[in-house]
Design a protein around this ligand. Structure first.
Ligand code: ZN
Ligand code: ZN
Length: 349
């Protein structure tokens, strides 16, 4: 079978690999689509994932072979198979019902931490019991289902917050995660949603997803004032979600968007050191900075359920579908990303 194997920064090769075989407690999934995640792009550029590995952690596929002892799934089932794995009961966090921060989960997550992932025609699930595998309900398009990694990050973030019906929300960053957050905040009953972006070209889609106002933080002279005008108050947002992963955005969220006593949820991963951020002014304002990481299996089921019933929808989120042979040029090393949201890999192409 064909697979895209990551050998280190700038080195992803499409190779012929032996067909995986399901041993006891294992199964083989035929990959129908695999999402190309920002993490994969980061891995390709900066080797944040340990080589040698077949990348791909946002997988939807069809169960192809089940090993001895696997009873929950059968050949032909459509499943989502994604991060993070979890130990289920051997760590404090799993016992507390927070498998997303399992102490042992990441190193055994397909395509990112340990075993090979879904940039391939077939993928071995090495430990069915401890891998997040969610059946895709009838009537849900696999191309929507596979967006779980994006949508559920935002869904989990809003559920981590104290958000309640009628709250004002500011969302910074208009990529897939920010868009998903807007749609979810809208479905959850936000009063007004203000989107912060650096690119006017994204405004129509942000509005389509539910933003009431869009502010270009690069060209706006008074972002804080504009946010208050948009929210119709003097104070700022009840909940602010940082979804861009940029330092300036985090500073804007804390100092321009959030009202005193409110929460700023860190959804995007701000990688650079926070050289310009002094927290001294934050203390008297009692701003809660809350980090949010991935999601739980129940939240994936919640996503699929609300998608199936039409309560949330993400039109136009998939902007390209490519084959394995194009995984470098049109995928992880794609030069022009403008206008691109989610790129899916279809290994059968
Ligand atoms: Zn991902
Ligand atoms: Zn655990």
């Amino acid at each position: 079978m064909k697979a895209a194997v990551f050998y280190g920064a700038g080195d992803l090769r499409v190779e012929e690999r032996p067909m995986p075989k399901a041993g006891p407690g294992q199964m083989v999934v035929k990959i129908d689509y695999c999402g190309i995640c920002g993490t994969d792009v980061e891995a390709y550029q900066h080797e944040i994932v340990k080589p040698v590995i077949v990348l791909g952690h946002e997988n939807v596929g069809t169960v192809y072979q089940v090993g001895e002892g696997v009873t929950r799934f059968k050949v032909g089932d459509k499943v989502l198979c994604g991060p993070p794995s979890y130990c289920k009961e051997n760590c404090t966090y799993c016992r507390e019902g927070r498998p997303n921060i399992c102490a042992y989960g990441f190193p055994r997550t397909n395509g990112i931490g340990g075993p090979d992932g879904g940039y391939a025609e077939y993928m071995l699930v090495g430990d069915v019991e401890h891998t997040m595998i969610i059946p895709v309900p009838d009537g849900v398009d696999e191309k929507d289902a596979v967006l779980f990694d994006v949508i559920c990050v935002s869904l989990h973030a809003l559920r981590r917050s104290n958000f309640k019906f009628g709250d004002n929300v500011v969302i910074s960053g208009g990529g897939p995660i920010g868009l998903a957050a807007i749609q979810i905040a809208k479905a959850a009953g936000a009063r007004r949603i203000v989107a912060l972006e650096t690119d006017d070209a994204k405004f129509p889609r942000l509005k389509e997803y539910g933003a009431d106002y869009c502010i270009n933080v690069r060209t706006c002279q008074d972002v804080g004032g504009e946010i208050r005008k948009a929210l119709g108050n003097e104070d700022g947002a009840d909940v602010t979600l940082e979804c861009s992963g940029r330092q300036e955005s985090l500073i804007t969220c804390i100092f321009q968007a959030a009202k005193n006593g409110s929460q700023v949820i860190l959804v995007g991963i701000v990688g650079e050191p926070l050289s310009q951020l002094s927290l001294a002014p934050v203390i008297p304002r009692e701003i809660d900075l809350i980090s949010s990481f991935v999601y739980t299996p129940e939240e994936i089921e919640l996503y699929l359920d609300m998608l199936a019933s039409g309560k949330i929808r993400f039109p136009g989120m998939v902007t390209d579908i490519i084959g394995l042979d194009d995984v470098v040029e049109k995928g992880v090393a794609r030069q022009d990303r403008r206008g691109q949201l989610k790129i899916l890999l279809d290994p059968s192409m």
